[in-house]
Design a protein around this ligand. Structure first.
Ligand code: COA
Length: 260
């Protein structure tokens, strides 16, 4: 598939996916969501890719939201379908990928943009980043998981305030809320994420995927996260990575994980 709205580069085990509609502040239109789904799926299936970094092109925006021009005339059914398809194709899809996804939030992350960053496994922001869920200012609510994931990440009261005021918070406030894990100067943002990625890559990719599933299980209604952890923990004992990791420790050498 050739992409018109995103750039993909893979190097040293890291796939960097850049949303590339800078003239529209990287707003997420339908085509971009489809391309992101495809690129993320391919990266996830590529055994040489250990970490995915998601960022936006230009110096101004990560993603300034869903593309308002595409849904301004939608009716109730179309609105529901927009949210359902988006969640399935992109937001839930990212959260449940086997491969870790880091959001490098390099500017505005608003509406669907913040929802996209929140569906990644964790976030690093540039000093100029601004984050918010401004949907109620458009007469709608967040529809790509924002009401749920923002509450999970920053707590219900802070999420309520951010959603009701439709306001933006800066990188420092996002850090104090736990919405982002680190702040970096813009030019250092992706290199810093790459450094974190290289730390992740030293570990068992099979165990990391199991950890993603176990952590996520705790946020699914009706699923017992502790039981999911027991199941995932047990399964690790049947992997080649577990044999290699424990053998390497006992032999006092660095593990060379086969990723199986
Ligand atoms: N959907 C569609 N187009 C968008 C967009 C969005 N979410 N966000 C920005 N754009 C477009 C603008 O329409 C403009 O396009 P144009 O040059 O063809 O007119 C271009 O991106 C640049 O944006 P502009 O508003 O001129 O930049 P700014 O620096 O003055 O303001 C923002 C930046 C982010 C404050 C402003 O663009 C904004 O409020 N965007 C919408 C944010 C939002 O409500 N997102 C939630 C959507 S559910």
């Amino acid at each position: 598939m050739t992409y018109e709205n995103i750039l993909v580069s893979t190097q040293n085990g890291i796939a960097t996916i850049t949303i590339n509609r800078p003239s529209k502040l990287n707003a997420l239109n339908k085509a971009t969501i489809g391309e992101l789904h495809n690129a993320l799926d391919m990266a996830n299936k590529d055994a040489s890719v250990k970490v995915i970094i998601l960022t936006g092109s230009g110096e101004k925006a990560f993603v300034a939201g869903a593309d308002i021009s595409e849904f301004a005339d939608f009716n109730v059914e179309q609105g529901s379908a927009l949210a359902a398809q988006g969640q399935q194709l992109l937001f839930d899809f990212i959260e449940n990928l086997d491969t870790p996804v880091i959001a490098a939030v390099n500017g505005f992350a608003l509406g669907g943009g913040l929802e996209l960053a929140m569906s990644c496994h964790f976030r690093v922001a540039s000093t100029n980043a601004k984050m918010g869920l401004p949907e109620v200012s458009l007469g709608v609510i967040p529809g790509y998981g924002g009401t749920q994931r923002l509450s999970q990440l920053v707590g219900k009261g802070r999420a309520m305030e951010m959603i009701m005021t439709a306001g933006m918070i800066d990188a420092n406030q996002a850090l104090s809320y736990g919405l982002v894990n680190h702040i970096q100067a813009q030019e250092e943002l992706v290199p810093f994420c790459e450094k974190i990625a290289s730390k992740i890559m030293r570990n068992s990719s099979v165990a990391i995927s199991a950890a993603i599933r176990a952590v996520n299980a705790g946020f699914v209604d009706g699923v017992n996260g502790y039981q999911a952890e027991i199941d995932e923990f047990g399964k690790c004992f049947g992997t080649e990575d577990f044999k290699e990791g424990t053998t390497a420790f006992l032999e006092k050498r660095k593990a060379d994980f086969p990723g199986k």
